[in-house]
Design a protein around this ligand. Structure first.
Ligand code: 5GP
Length: 207
């Protein structure tokens, strides 16, 4: 039987406002060979967001149904809304040998670590907290109270970095993307991923 390498599950996470969405978008634009999972959320669509493209927008009841039917790989409540990763897409894509990237907040990332420890956990870090606040404010869509609440969450989220395999500073989006691409390439060379392949080559000396 020939060796078929499974795809990698890359979990890109980090504090609110650090630029996870921007970095993911930039990776997409570069044509980096990653598949992007679409999350379910109970949040209302922002202007320009399309159902089934940016998120699957759900009511609370619909979201609860997904939880009850075990359709989510992870889910978390974040600033009053629920967000979750549909499990089927992730499982099918990885089994087809393609790499999947999830752009999620830290509670969800911790759940994946429990259920899927072999995933590659990348913590996207801000250069500093002032910069983070500027970015949260700069989005321009949030009220003062929401900004404060996001900052409080962000500070505690920074402490979760220790649970990750890699930390990538988002000083410049392009540099952050370079680092993520390098990490994914290195992960594909890990002995624990490939050792089976070379076992299959035993007895085949190429003659
Ligand atoms: P936003 O409302 O700005 O689109 O997203 C808020 C937060 O939810 C971001 O930190 C984003 O990464 C996170 N998020 C988006 N989708 C998911 C998901 O499927 N699961 C979890 N745990 N977080 C998500």
């Amino acid at each position: 039987m020939s060796f078929k390498e499974k795809g990698l599950l890359v979990v890109l996470s980090g504090p609110s406002g650090v630029g996870k969405g921007t970095v993911c978008k930039a990776l997409r634009k570069r044509g980096t060979d990653l598949q992007y999972s679409i999350s379910a959320t109970t949040r209302k669509p922002r202007e320009g967001e399309i159902d089934g493209v940016h998120y699957f927008f759900k009511t609370r009841d619909q979201f609860q149904q997904m939880i009850d039917q075990d359709k989510l790989l992870e889910w978390a409540e974040y600033v009053g809304n629920c967000y979750g990763t549909p499990v089927d897409y992730v499982r099918d894509t990885i089994n087809a040998g393609k790499d999947v990237i999830l752009e999620i907040e830290v509670q969800g990332a911790l759940q994946i670590k429990q259920r899927f420890p072999e995933a590659c956990f990348i913590f996207l870090a801000p250069p500093n907290l002032r910069e983070l606040k500027n970015r949260i404010m700069g989005r321009g869509t949030e009220t003062a109270a929401l900004i404060e609440s996001r900052m409080t969450v962000a500070k505690s989220e920074m402490e979760l970095m220790q649970n990750y395999n890699y930390v990538v500073e988002n000083d410049q989006v392009d540099k952050a993307c370079d680092r993520i691409e390098a990490i994914v390439r290195a992960e594909h060379c890990r002995v624990d991923r490939l050792i089976e392949k070379y076992k299959h080559l035993e007895g085949d000396d190429g003659q």
